[in-house]
Design a protein around this ligand. Sequence first.
Ligand code: AMP
Length: 481
Amino acid sequence: MIKSDFNEYPLSSEVLKAINMLNFENPTRVQALVIPTVLEQKDIIVKSQTGSGKTAAFAIPICELVDWDENKPQALVIVPTRELAIQVKEDVFNIGRFKRIKVSAVFGKAPFYMQEKELKQKTHVVVGTPGRIIDHIEQGTLNLSKIKYLVIDEADEMLNMGFIESMKTIISSVSKDRVTMLFSATMPRDIEVLCKRYMKEPTYVKVEEQNPASERIYQERYTVEQKDKMKLLRDITMVENPDSCIIFCNTQQKVDDVYNEMASLKYTCEKIHGGMEQRDRVRVMKDFKQGYFRYLIATDVAARGIDIDNISLVINYDIPQDSESYVHRIGRTGRISKEGRAITFVTPYEGRFLNDIHQYIGKEIALKERPDKEAVSDSKQEFVEKTNTTPEIKQTKGAPLSKEIMKLHINAGKKTKMRAVDIVGTLCNIEGITAEDIGIINIIDVSTFVEILNNKGELVFRELQNMTIKGRLRKVSKADM
Ligand code: AMP
């Protein structure tokens, strides 16, 4: 029976509260199919696109089913890219917020020892990219003995990226006594074989997009010589004047070139590609999601699965050389049934790629004439006005959940042998505070961060100014969320 209301599922009040505060009104189709199956501890294969709500489809039952008291990881989510690892971590964290679920993300190019430290603490869910997960398994820093839920997300993309053997290694390292969920937009043979070999009588569901990206999104193309692309980009951005736009290029070098050119023309822009420091990639994605700048110049690292509201325009500065990539790129606009626009630049020598895309999406992308001088000059004033306007900064998705939560910093940590139990013991001595009001506790070398739930942060903050923790008065301050 397909349910149309989250309240009809056997979910705890903590999980339902988070769903409600994230403004998920009704389950999406993929959620209606996946949530009950996983709650019954059955394996499932899901053929569906991103943007269908599939992260929450596995995050909701996982957050519900994990045992809070168990310290070792119980769920492992494998994703193809670092950006996706961070995003999925945040989504699981938000849904598990009131159940105090601890989620860690492990991915390459970020310091190993930091992840190792995090994994030593209580962790319920680990999200990671295949290479780094294997590194942690080999180093003995990721304990898989208690994993009961295994998610393979974007399986076809992992196959494309050459991760098939890594996936097999990881799956074989997890106990057979588990629930396996596999999500993939397409079902190539290697993935089918993987499912057969590693899954137990899986339920197979196919979620057709009601209104697929290729129909929902208004698509156009321009024929342009390579050397004239920048001029065309300037004209189009002036006429279109988007609030938020991704410009895709095929190589890191091209991203750098286009970015340098646009930055010198005073566009509010940033860039992202695989050659950048991970820290910068994380910052750029976060700032773009919040609307700090309007133009993001990117390689395909930003094409898959990345969930950003309200991107009004996608420009393929270079036509993608495989058709699937085209659909993923344009799918960054027009998310969850919103309308969007996508423009593709095609040089006269790229007809083959264009034909492939036409075949793949089952229709022709409309060929447009370049905007004429008049149209460009008519748009100039509005364009300049928008460029000079301070953008409106959007809240992060989890912000509504944080409203009733305060994070406190305590000036003592591992080095002074602080343990979670010391914190909980002290806080529960405050009148009006119970264990239910204490959220995630993170103890690092010389600091401890503790979240206070249910609007009781101020009370705890006040009381801790005069209370001892582990026999001593500690410096306690409010921390950034
Ligand atoms: P995903 O397919 O996991 O990338 O999700 C796409 C977007 O849909 C994300 O921004 C989610 O926060 C949002 N979302 C997921 N489930 C729901 C729901 N039931 N109702 C509304 N939005 C949702």
